[in-house]
Design a protein around this ligand. Structure first.
Ligand code: ADP
Ligand code: S3P
Ligand code: MG
Length: 221
């Protein structure tokens, strides 16, 4: 009973905050960036829903553009470089539109040209501890994420080690985002000892709180 009340309250709060943010966004797109498994697709759909924006997953748009059913197949039949070129052209096309929430692929942040396009909107980094990413990925499997695909081994350990390598290679590329949403910060604010207690709505609220504090961006100031 109490849980139901809490989630209704959260949903209403999210809706109310979205109305304040909408005014500041002034039609600008939101780009979600972050490592694989950080929740870009999950949180992005919620943000689009409450804002009345359209949601796009750039991985899905690349699949459509190439005419293949999965990112995994594009990597296998073509190459990562081919995927990245298509990812860049999808992001370029989206950047001329308005009122979109875009879940980017985890690797989109490595190309400066993608930042040039994403900077036309508001970029939001979902910063999730590697342990939580590896737990999520181990749960759903790696079939759709070719960079984490593994022939053998314990799924959590394998995902953790590959994600660590990628995080190191990508350095601070994610930190280019206008807004950083740290799950550790949200958990500590809500008095949770673990980020796994956070619901996607708890997380979706955070960029709204932060966006309302941004002064360096004209529509959000
Ligand atoms: N807040 C959350 N708590 C637990 N699991 C989550 C949360 N957000 C997303 N997930 C799960 O983690 C996996 C990766 O999420 P997804 O939104 O696809 O991430 P991304 O698009 O960043 O790779 C999915 O199986 C999703 O259901
Ligand atoms: O981090 C990456 O390089 C990738 C992330 C994937 O998207 P998600 O972050 O949605 O899993 C997808 O674009 C591709 O498998 C490569
Ligand atoms: Mg995704």
């Amino acid at each position: 009973h109490e849980n139901l009340h809490n989630s209704v309250d959260d949903a209403l709060l999210l809706k109310r905050k979205s109305e304040e943010v909408l005014f500041q966004l002034n039609g600008r797109c939101i780009y979600l960036v972050g490592m694989m498994g950080s929740g870009k697709s999950t949180v992005g759909k919620i943000l689009a829903e409450v804002l009345g924006y359209s949601f796009f997953d750039s991985d899905k748009l690349v699949e459509q553009a190439v005419g293949m059913p999965s990112v995994a197949q594009i990597f296998k039949v073509h190459s990562e470089a081919f995927f990245r070129d298509n990812e860049s052209s999808v992001l370029r096309d989206l950047s001329s539109m308005r009122r979109l929430v875009v879940a980017t692929g985890g690797g989109a942040v490595i190309r400066p040209v993608n930042w040039k396009n994403m900077k036309k909107g508001l970029s939001v980094w979902l910063d999730v501890p590697l342990e939580a990413l590896a737990r999520r990925i181990a749960k759903v499997g790696t079939a759709s994420r070719p960079l984490l695909d593994q022939p053998s081994g314990d799924p959590y350990t394998m995902a953790f080690s590959k994600l660590s390598m990628l995080a190191e290679q990508r350095g601070d590329a994610y930190a280019n985002a206008d807004v950083r949403v740290s799950l550790e910060e949200i958990a500590s604010k809500l008095g949770h000892d673990d980020v796994s207690k956070l619901t996607p709505i708890d997380i979706a609220l955070e960029p709204f709180h932060k966006c309302l504090n941004i002064t360096s961006l004209s529509p959000c100031s």
